[in-house]
Write a protein that binds this ligand. Structure first.
Ligand code: HDD
Length: 703
């Protein structure tokens, strides 16, 4: 029976703790002095025989390995997957998906695509969502993204695409940005990118947290059941906390204030026991229906709209353990789309076929040779027995005389699995055709689904997409590239193209022939992914000397009960004086943070505190900015003064019989004998569960 401890028990064998050890060389010789080299006299030359110095420096010189050519920046964690029931057995022989008694260990790595290892987390980019399932039948890797489509249809274009999106080769500018000429030149000339570009310009490219984003296998894969029958399948991960994003301006601020924002969020959530969770779902299409769609199932630039083929929930994944060592685990983990187990197979999607070559190949250079599967994080929990030998960093001591099949000298071992012994059997698909270099006719429509995406957006999502196009194309130097991009957008939607053109100094185009349909897929809008929870959201409480300490405690406890985290931000660090002269502990000083790092802000009462905050530029800016970013803002009656100072003139005082007023996501309350009324926290939590308050008049904000 697979248990989710299996992988951890295996890793325990190599985990090393320096507690109660002596410092030694790599050879185990104890060292008593590591600060001075061995020299001929106190001021003389260093001696070659100083083996400790040489070993120490040599090892250091070799500490770096090549970063991933894409997805270099990432963060990972361990956890487990469990199937809800055995109902998928009709479609797949994969035991980890059909045996609810199993808890299959997993390692997941989230990443951005374009930036280097040290780039900021909150850039506009696709996020990688790669899962390694350590199943009892071998490792299965689902190497997906947080967007369900891809930029190109055939992997042979991948080097071109990556060269276009990465920093430009002559000056290596810009870092982790798609807003530059070469990417948009590629886009304007390669319309198959457009559907994915719509996703990239949307809020999906700015996740609030890795824990709050969807994941997709992207390709159509193939399930194969015990009888050998195939079924097309697409994989979906849905986050338990809903799918939520930052806004672009926040992303840019967070990139400076906390470039590790998403990485830290994942780490902190797991350390504090708020284990991130996703539901795995599948869309299943019988092989007989392969040609029933107006797109090709083998085209990775297309989704199967959920309204056409519903997503069927099959299990859940929980991440419950951080790695012990970033390099050993997160950096050295090696995913590969061709790591499949019985019950899961490929289709002829030309992007997938190329990936099945590329991922093994890249590890050979990145991890220095063919034995990277011996690295602890990559080792299966299933038994491994091969005739592969030698190579750099061979960690196994293979015994015996025979390392070939068939053999008689080794008793015929390792033996081949016979019928019923779990051997992987390739799906027997009949293929025929002439050898040609040609894209299928069925891959040629690049606009219909891009338009479907646009049609499905809420008004505020559309506004964000227009702003994103304007920002990105506004950074493009070549006018013909701007014009070319607008011409392509025009074939998706004319109004969108005009709105973009007007923002970037390009003549708005005439309406062009395009798909012109009004179809929508509600599942594509983040407006429809809101869950009724505020678990792990962060709320800033702004305080200074004289704050009503009882309200602070009440807010902290009230939000903690709902799984959210209220942090006390003071005009200075350490503590401030409460109205009753008690000490109120401060989590952080306001100038060291930014409203962009929090989901909401509340100003508790206390006349002196609110007066001091109102004189503090940082505090007023904090509130104004949170409001501008459509976040819930709250205040106890006295706190209103700071809201007004921040330009929120419309905010009304709560009054007699009207203890809590909620208007445009600004919630105010009059405290009574028992402090803030209970409805205040309730109402505030309800607003916060909606994540942002888009129906808000942001012209109220002081610029
Ligand atoms: Fe890829 C890494 C996802 C197309 C070649 N890819 C990589 C990672 C993710 C994806 C999540 C990071 C894995 C990790 O955390 O270590 N890639 C995708 C998705 C694609 C896709 C969802 C389209 C559906 N990729 C793709 C193509 C090729 C590659 C078409 C090459 C032909 N990808 C690679 C790579 C990487 C990689 C060069 C870099 C590091 C690595 O593999 O291990 O081989």
């Amino acid at each position: 029976m697979t248990s989710h401890r299996d992988k951890q028990d295996q890793l325990d064998e190599v985990r090393h703790d320096p507690q109660d050890t002596y410092l030694t060389t790599q050879q185990g010789v104890r060292i008593g002095h590591t600060d001075d080299s061995l020299t001929a006299g106190a001021r003389g030359p260093t001696l070659l025989e100083d083996f400790h110095a040489r070993e120490k420096i040599t090892h250091f010189d070799h500490e770096r390995i090549p970063e991933r050519v894409v997805h270099a920046r990432g963060a990972g964690a361990y956890g487990y997957f469990e199937a809800y029931d055995s109902s998928l057995a009709d479609y797949t022989a994969a035991k980890f998906l059909t045996d609810p008694q199993r808890r299959t260990p997993v390692f997941v790595r989230f990443s951005t695509v374009a930036g280097s290892r040290g780039s900021a987390d909150t850039v506009r980019d696709v996020r990688g969502f790669a899962t390694k399932f350590y199943t009892a039948e071998g490792n299965y890797d689902l190497v997906g993204n947080n967007m369900p489509v891809f930029f190109i249809q055939d992997g042979i274009k991948f080097p071109d695409f990556v060269h276009a999106v990465k920093p430009e080769p002559h000056n290596e500018i810009p870092q982790a940005q798609s807003a530059h000429d070469t990417l948009w030149d590629f886009v304007q000339l390669q319309p198959e990118t457009l559907h994915m570009i719509m996703w990239l310009m949307s809020d999906r490219a700015l996740p609030r947290s890795y824990r709050m984003m969807q994941g997709f296998g992207v390709h159509t894969f193939r399930f194969v059941n015990a009888e050998g029958t195939g079924t097309f399948v697409k994989f979906h991960w849905k986050p338990k906390l809903g799918t939520h994003s930052l806004v672009w301006e926040e992303c840019q601020q967070v990139g400076g204030k906390d470039p590790d924002f998403n990485r830290r969020d994942l780490w902190d959530a797991i350390e504090s026991g708020n284990f991130p969770e996703w539901e795995l779902g599948v869309q299943l299409v019988e092989e007989s229906r392969e040609h029933d769609f107006d797109f090709d199932l083998l085209d990775a630039t297309k989704i199967i709209p959920e309204e056409q083929v519903p997503v069927r929930p099959v299990g859940r994944m929980v991440l419950d353990r951080n790695p012990d060592n970033f390099f050993a685990e997160t950096e050295q983990v090696a995913f590969h789309t061709a790591n499949v187990v019985p019950g899961i197979d490929f289709t002829n999607d030309p992007l997938l076929q190329a990936r099945n070559f590329s991922y093994l190949d890249t590890q050979l250079i990145r991890l220095g040779g063919p034995n990277f599967a011996h690295i602890p994080v990559n080792r299966p929990v299933a038994e491994v027995s091969t005739n592969q030998r030698d190579g750099f960093q061979q960690h196994r001591i293979h015994r015996g005389q025979a390392s070939y099949s068939n053999n008689s000298l080794g008793g015929g071992c390792p033996v081949l699995a016979g019928a019923g012994e779990g051997a992987f059997e390739h799906y027997q698909e009949k293929v025929e055709g002439a050898k040609i270099r040609q894209r299928s006719e069925s891959f040629q429509d690049h606009y219909t689904q891009a338009r479907l995406f646009w049609n499905s957006m809420a008004w505020w999502e559309r506004e964000h997409i227009i702003a994103a196009f304007r920002f990105e194309l506004g950074k493009v130097e070549h006018v013909h590239v701007r014009e070319g991009a607008v011409a392509q957008i025009n074939r998706i939607d004319h109004d969108l193209a005009v709105a973009v053109a007007e923002g970037i100094g390009v003549t708005p185009p005439e309406a062009a022939a395009g798909p012109g349909h009004d179809d929508r897929s509600p599942a594509l809008s983040q407006a429809n992914s809101v869950q009724d929870t505020i678990a792990t959201r962060t709320i800033a409480l702004l305080v200074s000397d004289g704050v009503d300490q009882a309200e602070v405690a009440q807010l902290r406890d009230g939000f903690a009960e709902r799984g959210a985290i209220a942090e006390v931000l003071g005009t200075r660090d350490g503590s401030v004086r409460g109205a009753d002269e008690s000490q109120v502990e401060v989590d952080r000083a306001i100038p060291t943070v930014s409203s962009a790092l929090y989901d909401a802000v509340i100003v508790p009462g206390g006349t002196d505190s609110v007066q001091a905050l109102s004189k503090d530029g940082y505090a007023a800016h904090f509130v104004a900015e949170a409001f501008k970013h459509a976040k819930p803002v709250g205040a106890s009656d006295e706190g209103l003064a700071l809201l007004q100072r921040a330009g929120l003139d419309f905010v009304r005082h709560a009054g007699e019989g009207d203890n809590v007023v909620s208007d445009q996501g600004v919630v105010t309350a009059v405290p009574g004998g028992a402090g803030l009324p209970a409805e205040f926290i309730e109402e505030f939590a309800a607003v916060l569960a909606g994540h942002r308050v888009w129906d808000r008049d942001t012209t109220q904000v002081v610029a």
